[in-house]
Design a protein around this ligand. Structure first.
Ligand SMILES: [Zn+2]
Length: 213
């Protein structure tokens, strides 16, 4: 794992106090980074019992949802509420990414609060690196009746992480530019636009959708 991380200091200087949550190390994981068989993400976020989880740019991203055999279930990203989304389970985080993510690896999430609610804590995400014919998919279900509207599948076992981010953008573009996809064929509900994980490139429509769901 260390071999894949570039640092400015000579290795002799940092090897004794290697620290994933050190600011200099953290930035390498601010999106996702492949390390061996795993994908890691490390994010600075406010994590408290009073206010849940807050991203400085996205606001409150406490509420997460999973789609299972009994329908949609909801949970919250509370301090040290360690959770696992098992492979194959459609899941999303409100205001964080505007699609249901479905993948072939388990995902582990650990919200680590700071000693004080005024300081940002750390949010740790670990998941397996897709291999072979495994995929990631970006899906939308009708928010009223749960009908699958669109499922954009990327063979990330072949493409790696680069394929994930490119595929995410393609999926959101296609869904947003196709009114017929957002129009539910079962209940006629017109569903909101999708949006990507990275807020920086939100279109006005995507920014509005991010506030909505
Ligand atoms: Zn519907």
């Amino acid at each position: 794992m260390f071999a894949q991380i570039e640092i400015k200091d000579p290795i002799e200087k940092v090897v004794e106090d290697w620290d994933y949550l050190n600011e200099k190390v953290l930035k390498h994981y601010s999106t996702f980074k492949v390390a061996g068989h795993n994908i890691f993400g490390l994010r600075r976020r406010f994590i408290s019992y009073a206010n849940g989880m807050n991203d400085p740019k996205k606001g409150n991203i406490s509420r997460f949802f999973e789609l299972g055999p009994k329908g949609v279930s909801e949970g919250t990203n509370d301090p040290l509420n360690l959770r696992i989304t098992t492979a194959g389970t459609p899941h999303r985080v409100a205001h964080n990414f505007g699609y249901w993510h479905i993948n072939d690896k388990d995902e582990l999430y650990i919200p680590i609060p700071s000693a004080s609610d005024d300081e940002m804590g750390h949010y740790v995400v670990v998941m397996g690196l897709p291999k072979g014919c495994e995929t990631d998919s970006f899906a939308w279900y009708c928010e009223e009746c749960g009908t699958l509207l669109y499922d954009h599948v990327i063979e990330t076992g072949q493409t790696g992480l680069a394929g994930f981010w490119k595929g995410e953008r393609e999926a959101v573009n296609r869904y947003n530019l196709s009114p017929h996809l957002r129009h539910c064929p079962e209940c006629n509900h017109v569903n909101p636009h999708g949006y990507c994980w990275n807020k920086a490139k939100d279109t006005p429509e995507e920014a509005a959708a991010r506030l909505h769901w």
